[in-house]
Design a protein around this ligand. Structure first.
Ligand code: PLP
Length: 352
């Protein structure tokens, strides 16, 4: 690969800024397994407050926050429902089944968009010993593999109402809920009210090196704390990492709008160069998924051709190429990505 001009592989790649490193270096710390790290407490309380929930739990990863949340709601042998491209389904290594004995059924939403009627139509409860009992619906906002899709609030609220009536819980995978909030202006607390538990990541667009937070009712979070330790996720002087998360909340939320603008600019350029690969109006946030099949290219070839031009992307399907904007991708890098994409897509052959 040529030297990297634009690293669009993932928004997990950004490196801590100098100011974030300073916040980490000067953090007050204690042993968090004993509940004695004051910086972690502040972070957990702050995120819970932002989302309108009672309590929060700092976890090393978004996957652990999701899996703890899922586990709190679903007994072994019960099922969760989720989009077929949801992160909990596709990218958590089967953890719900492997750790918690949970079965999964999926729906197919265009770009990951939630369709309340079909989701609620799948909920199965009170069917005695004949069918698997639905215990949980997982909603992802924004939807990663769907292309950074923002879920309409009304759809989330409808799912919440319908599931509550059936005695079924909702977990919101809000790894990028910050992006949805900045894009729509919907208060985080309003999103928080659409679910029993919410996981949010500090290590994606917000630019912290590590960390997620699970929020929910106090008793459930207390139980999740026990399971976090059981999973090996009890951490000691981890205020160093929580400080990065607090810094990110103070300084890196509103700037997500810049990532969204740059992603949209890139999508427009791709659509101009190769009509049909992407509808720029569908690019809600910081993620662009190109359907290079529309110009008869294969994703691995396009990824390789872009890499030869110094632009790292990711094949998320045979013809799907994902590009993600974050703290370390500025206007110059975006311009470099646009130049490379024009060359690769524009000649219709992904020439290398
Ligand atoms: C929607 C979504 N949920 C959860 C996660 C998991 O985060 P982590 O990589 O920290 O486990 C990711 C990671 O990309 C994600 O995109």
């Amino acid at each position: 690969m040529a030297s990297v001009a634009a690293d669009l592989l993932s928004d997990t790649l950004s490196r801590p800024t100098e100011a974030m490193r300073h916040a980490m270096a000067t953090a007050e710390v204690g042993d968090d397994v004993f509940g004695e790290d004051p910086t972690v407490r502040v972070l957990e309380d702050r995120v819970a407050g932002l989302l309108g929930h009672e309590a929060g739990l700092f976890t090393p990863s978004g996957s652990m926050a999701n899996q703890l949340g899922v586990r709190m709601h679903v007994a072994p042998g019960q099922e969760l429902l989720a989009d077929a491209l949801a992160h909990v389904v596709r990218a958590e290594m089967g953890a719900a089944a492997a750790f918690s004995g949970i079965t999964t059924r999926t729906w197919h939403g265009a770009r990951g968009l939630l369709d309340p009627v079909s989701v609620l139509g799948m909920v199965t409860t009170g069917v005695g010993p004949y069918q698997v009992e639905t215990a949980l619906v997982v909603v992802e906002n924004t939807h990663n593999f769907g292309g950074g899709t923002v879920q309409p609030l009304a759809a989330m609220e409808e799912v919440r109402r319908g599931t509550a009536a059936a005695g079924v819980r909702v977990h919101l995978d809000g790894a990028r809920l910050w992006n949805a909030h900045v894009r729509t202006g919907v208060p985080l607390e309003v999103y928080g009210a659409t679910a029993d538990t919410v996981s949010v990541c500090l290590s994606k667009g917000l630019g912290a090196p590590v960390g997620s937070v699970l929020v929910g009712p106090a008793d459930l979070v207390a139980e999740a704390r026990v399971w976090r330790k059981r999973y090996g996720g009890g951490m000691r002087q981890v205020g160093i990492l929580a400080a990065a998360g607090l810094h990110a909340l103070d300084h890196h939320v509103e700037r997500l709008a810049d990532d969204h603008d740059r992603a949209r600019r890139f999508a427009h350029a791709c659509a101009d160069a190769a009509p049909g690969v992407v509808d720029p109006s569908s690019v809600d946030t910081n993620i662009v998924v190109l359907d290079v099949g529309a110009v008869e290219l294969a994703a691995p070839d396009v990824v390789a051709a872009l890499a030869d031009r110094g632009v790292r992307t990711y094949a998320v399907g045979p013809t799907a190429v994902r590009a993600v904007w974050h703290l370390d991708v500025d206007d110059a890098a975006t311009a470099a990505a646009i130049r490379a994409a024009r060359e690769v897509l524009g000649d219709g052959r992904a020439a290398r």
